[in-house]
Write a protein that binds this ligand. Structure first.
Ligand SMILES: [Zn+2]
Ligand SMILES: [Zn+2]
Length: 293
């Protein structure tokens, strides 16, 4: 038994047969408040004469009432805890939703700005391209025109094969003059766009976003909630019985349930009536719990 446990055996209780006084071989019927132990009718008039005593039945009822009250308080605490946790969960999920929305908003803004910037760069290239293609086209026309004229002169030179020397001289002079008139254009110099790439690292992208960090719940939301660890343990004031004694002594111990506080297993007894009222509380908890997901 845990040393925290408040119930303890009376000194004159025989461990082997706890309901019978080992000194007088009589059943315990009284509880001696002064000695904090159970006594038989012969003890009552001898060793415990004139001591403050009550009947075990009365004591048990009082004990039961205290336990029931204590358990009810635990149930209320647990329900508050569960309710608080669920509220926390709702708030937490809602806050996260806002965070995700904020991040998406930033990401959308940045994507839009990136699209806008790349469009700007591309438009600049296209604008220059249009201008340069026009220059190239003009240059092509001029070169083609020049080519045609030079080509004609070349053909004329070939055609001079049958001419007499005099005629040839005249022809050459004529072609020479034509050729001299041809202005030879140069291929235009085109200013090409260049793009120096930047190495884009994840770190640089990260810098564009806000900072994501964890923080504790602000204190103002904790004022209505006790953060300290709760101990769901019942302390009753009556002494003189072990748990085993109580189980045997209680006339209404048909209903038992096991309640774990996470550290020590303990078994309590309860009346059917109180059991019923606690049952409804527990089923309420299970109802709350089932709403978790
Ligand atoms: Zn006795
Ligand atoms: Zn006594």
């Amino acid at each position: 038994m845990s040393k925290q446990h408040i119930f303890r055996s009376g000194q004159n209780i025989n461990p082997a047969e706890k309901l019978i006084c080992s000194d007088h071989d009589e059943p315990f019927i009284f509880y001696c408040v002064d000695c904090d132990s159970v006594v038989c009718k012969r003890c009552a008039v001898k060793k415990h004469n004139r001591h403050n005593m009550s009947e075990i039945n009365e004591s048990v009822l009082e004990l039961k009432a205290q336990l029931a009250q204590c358990v009810e308080s635990s149930v209320k605490d647990l329900m508050n805890d569960i309710e608080h946790l669920q509220e926390e969960k709702r708030g937490y999920k809602s806050e996260n939703k806002s965070l995700i929305m904020a991040i998406n908003k930033d990401a959308k803004l940045m994507k839009d700005l990136i699209d806008q910037k790349s469009e700007e760069l591309i438009n600049s290239i296209k604008k220059n391209e249009k201008k340069n293609l026009k220059i190239m086209s003009t240059a092509y026309s001029e070169l083609k025109d020049t080519f045609d004229r030079v080509d004609k002169i070349q053909m004329s030179i070939i055609d001079t094969a049958k001419l007499s020397d005099v005629a040839l001289l005249l022809k050459i002079k004529q072609l020479q003059a034509k050729n001299d008139k041809i202005e030879k254009k140069k291929v235009p110099y085109i200013l090409k766009d260049r793009y120096s790439r930047k190495e884009i690292t994840q770190n640089e992208i990260g810098k564009l976003f806000g900072e994501l960090y964890s923080r504790k719940t602000p204190k103002k939301t904790q004022t209505n909630y006790r953060q300290e660890e709760r101990k769901y343990r019942c302390f009753t004031e009556l002494r003189g019985y072990s748990n085993e004694d109580l189980k045997k002594t209680s006339k209404e111990n048909q209903h038992r349930y096991s309640y774990k506080d996470g550290k020590t297993d303990s078994e309590e007894t309860d009346s059917s009536e109180e059991r019923h009222s606690n049952d409804s509380s527990f089923s309420l908890i299970s109802q709350i719990s089932s709403e978790w997901d």
